[in-house]
Write a protein that binds this ligand. Sequence first.
Ligand code: G3H
Length: 529
Amino acid sequence: MMIICGHHQKVGYQENGEGAYDLAFLPRGKRMAGTGSFSEILDGENNVYKYYSEGEWRKSVSGKSVAIVNPTTRKTQYKVQACSQAEVNKVMEAAKIAQKAWAKTPLWKRAELLHKAAAILKEHKHPIAECLVKEIAKPAKDSVTEVVRSGDLISYCAEEGVRILGQGTFLVSDSFPGNERTKYCLASKVPLGVVLAIPPFNYPVNLAVSKIAPALIAGNSIVLKPPTQGAVSCLHMVHCFHLAGFPKSLINCVTGKGSEIGDFLTMHPGVNCISFTGGDTGISISKKAGMIPLQMELGGKDACIVLEDADLDLAAANIVKGGLSYSGQRCTAVKIVLVMESVADALMEKVNAKVAKLTVGPPEEDCDITPVVSESSANFIEGLVMDAKEKGATFCQTYKREGNLIWPLLLDNVRADMRIAWEEPFGPVLPVIRIGSVEEGINHCNASNFGLQGCVFTKDINKAMIISDAMETGTVQINSAPARGPDHFPFQGLKDSGIGSQGITNSINMMVKVKSTVINLPTASYTMG
Ligand code: G3H
């Protein structure tokens, strides 16, 4: 029997009559989204959050706003400015100028400011977590974790930047055939210019700072375009950088409709680099963007291969956590289980027992399964479930949906002709394919258009290594579910899962270009032996 976090408990979840919910999960005195230190980011008169440009919080001249619907209540929770293209132009111009000065700011000073921003962000974890709960229905504790993790990411990035940007390469010419030692090459890393950062709804704070911090430490300026769901969390996070005292126009945040400013931003001549995380919109961005470096992470269909000798308790725990945490709305979620037929019944029994213990309900109550981000997302998930039903998948639980809330569902005996075998639901629905051989599992994994991560459960490290090498994914986890973190690990997708590699070090290196200065000597100069 699944446990339902319920309204009947009246703990931390009471409608206030306006469709908003009281957040009793927050410690007293800490319910501060849009208040206290954050009051200047809200246009209180119209109840619309402002955008951030030239070091100030501003109302758009468009006079229009974009509504953000709370996934739990399905009512408007917040509003943000609908910026115009003219406002984007102004931001771009100012960001270009600010970047030139920032590039001349000593590296240690850049790091110092980042450390300050990290501390302020962590100090304000509760109001920012409150926004995450309301905008994207992330469970309360996970929301706090996202903010703290983001502060840690910024600090690590500052330290890593000081190390790797403080070093360059020195080359001498006589190592290449035909050359005397007449040329000394000094290669260093210089900023790209203006970085356009576009994070997704599921980690609006963490995946924003994973772009902002590397860009800033490397001497770039930032234009941030938050996702609609998650925009207010992003605005609060940006205010922490503002409070830290970064120079004006170095960090900018524009909100608005994708149809008005989406393409305008990604095709803007002032942009020198795009770092995007999201869905297949990234593919069209990459086709339209100019000749600039791109960093893209566009989702995955991460496979979990379970061999006959696997520790089934460990595999079951990772399948449930990896597949269903944040209701499956993670690009690295386990999205297909490929289990050897001989252990499939035993594994499914363990997995189903764990699924039965999951709590289902509102994020304020910290339930395991919370409403998915939007009605259209819930409809899409339902479409995949119905397709699997028509084609004969075994339902391990009864399919249940209330509004955007979908109860966790395991689909056994899934076959390759079902959509769920290939498409990512981004919801709490997990398909299982029973396989007769390891090759069958690897072939299924490699036939996917995605290639983000995968995992294999076995006690035989030799087999695990062979399978890891055979899987066409950016990362393979051995005996654990796929995951991006720790945030300094390289993180990359193959095929439609992305371009380039992330992780703190790789992101810093991606946001710089190499500049060489060559000293030419009139006569060869050799060092003393
Ligand atoms: O949704 C995409 C994220 O990069 C996944 O991050 O593995 O920390 O949940 P995570």
